[in-house]
Design a protein around this ligand. Structure first.
Ligand SMILES: Cc1cc2nc3c(=O)[nH]c(=O)nc-3n(C[C@H](O)[C@H](O)[C@H](O)COP(=O)(O)OP(=O)(O)OC[C@H]3O[C@@H](n4cnc5c(N)ncnc54)[C@H](O)[C@@H]3O)c2cc1C
Length: 289
C-alpha cells in the first residue's frame, strides 16, 4: 500500500484523478485506519488530506458553510454555529471522546456513510448541501439526502473530494435539538439518533415547518417526511405527536447489534421523537421572533 500526502486541494484533486478508484482518501483516519486494519477495506493508495488548512473552517457570512476537514471538536466549539445550529454542535460533541473529536472530520463522518453517523440527522434537518470537487469536471453541489445511498455507499465519484457543507438559513421562531440514545457512558455511535428542527408560525401556536431526521433506524440516515407532514400546520398536541411517531416507525427498520436489540430501538424511537418535538416547540416559543 502506497501512502501519499497532498499539500493543496489542487494537488489532492490531481492525485485523485490519476489514481482513480485505487485511492482512498484519509482525513482524520478514525474510520479508515480501523477499516484497513480489520480487512474491511483494501487500498492500493492512501491519500492523506488532513493537513489541507483551506478546508478547515466554519464561516457565517450570510450563508453558513463548514469546510469538509473541520474536526468535530472545532465544530462542537464553533461560536459561528450559535444557537441556530446547536444540534450540529451537540452531535459533534457526542462523537467518541475528545481524542477522536480532535482528529475526526465532518467530511469523514459524511463520506463514511455509516447508518448510525451522528452528524447525519442534524445536517439533514438543516438541509445540508455538499460541494464535491473534481479535477476533470469542476465542482458540483448535491444535497446530503441525495448523497447518502445506503449500506455505507454514497454518490461520490472516485476522483471527487468533498470540500464544503452549506447549511440552510434558520428562520425566526426556530429551535433544533439532536438526541442521541446510547449506552450509559459509552463513547461510541448511537443506538438511535434523532434531530428535529422546528419553526413555529407567527401566532406561536402551530408548527410552521418541522424537519425530522434519524440515524440508526435503517440502512441510511433519513428525513422522515411522512411524520413531518402529520405535524406541519398542527399544534404540538399529544395526538399529533403520537401519530407522527407511528408514521416514523412505519418508515424505520431496526437491527439487533452489540449496542441494542431491534425491539429496544423500536420502543424508544417514538418516545424520543415526542420528547424532542416538545422540547423544540418550547424553545422556539422562547426564541426571538
Ligand atoms: C473510538 C471511536 C469512536 C467513534 N465514535 C463515533 C460516534 O460516536 N459517532 C459517529 O458518528 N462516529 C464515530 N466514530 C467514527 C468516526 O470517528 C467518524 O465517522 C469520523 O467523523 C470520521 O472522520 P475521519 O476524518 O476520521 O474520516 P476518515 O476515517 O479519514 O474517512 C472516513 C471515510 O470518508 C472518506 N473521506 C474522508 N474525508 C473525505 C473528503 N473530504 N472527501 C471524500 N472522501 C472523504 C474516506 O475515504 C473514508 O471512506 C468513531 C470512531 C472511533 C475510532
Amino acid at each position: 500500500m502506497e501512502f501519499v500526502s497532498a499539500g493543496s486541494v489542487d494537488e489532492a484533486l490531481d492525485k485523485l484523478l490519476s489514481y482513480g478508484g485505487d485511492a482512498t482518501v484519509l482525513a482524520g483516519g478514525t474510520a479508515v485506519l480501523y477499516q484497513l486494519r480489520s480487512g474491511y477495506l483494501s487500498a492500493k493508495v492512501v491519500l492523506h488530506v488532513e493537513t489541507l488548512a483551506d478546508l478547515f473552517y466554519v464561516r457565517r457570512n450570510g450563508a453558513t458553510e463548514i469546510g469538509a476537514l473541520t474536526c468535530l471538536r472545532a465544530l462542537a466549539e464553533a461560536d459561528e454555529l450559535g444557537e441556530e445550529y446547536s444540534a450540529i454542535r451537540s452531535a459533534a460533541a457526542s462523537c467518541g471522546g475528545w481524542q477522536t473529536q480532535a482528529v475526526a472530520t465532518i467530511g469523514g463522518n459524511i463520506c463514511n456513510a455509516s447508518p448510525s453517523a451522528d452528524l447525519a440527522p442534524p445536517l439533514l434537518a438543516h438541509g445540508a448541501q455538499l460541494t464535491l470537487a473534481s479535477r476533470s469536471r469542476g465542482s458540483r453541489s448535491l444535497s446530503l439526502r441525495e448523497f447518502l445511498v445506503g449500506g455505507g455507499r454514497t454518490r461520490r465519484e472516485p476522483d471527487e473530494l468533498l470540500t464544503a457543507i452549506a447549511l440552510e438559513a434558520v428562520p425566526p421562531r426556530t429551535a433544533d435539538l439532536y438526541f442521541k440514545v446510547r449506552r450509559r457512558s459509552a463513547m461510541e455511535r448511537p443506538i438511535i439518533g434523532l434531530a428535529v428542527r422546528l419553526t413555529l408560525a407567527e401566532s406561536g401556536e402551530r408548527i410552521d415547518d418541522i424537519r425530522i431526521a434519524v440515524c440508526g433506524a435503517g440502512p441510511v440516515p433519513f428525513r422522515a417526511q411522512e411524520a413531518e407532514a402529520i405535524l406541519n400546520g398542527q399544534a404540538v398536541a399529544d395526538d399529533a405527536v403520537k401519530a407522527a411517531g407511528a408514521a416514523l416507525l412505519e418508515r424505520a427498520s431496526f437491527v439487533t447489534d452489540a449496542r441494542a436489540s431491534a425491539a429496544y430501538r423500536q420502543a424508544v424511537l417514538p418516545r424520543v421523537l415526542a420528547h424532542v418535538v416538545k422540547h423544540c416547540a418550547a424553545r422556539a416559543a422562547d426564541s426571538p421572533s
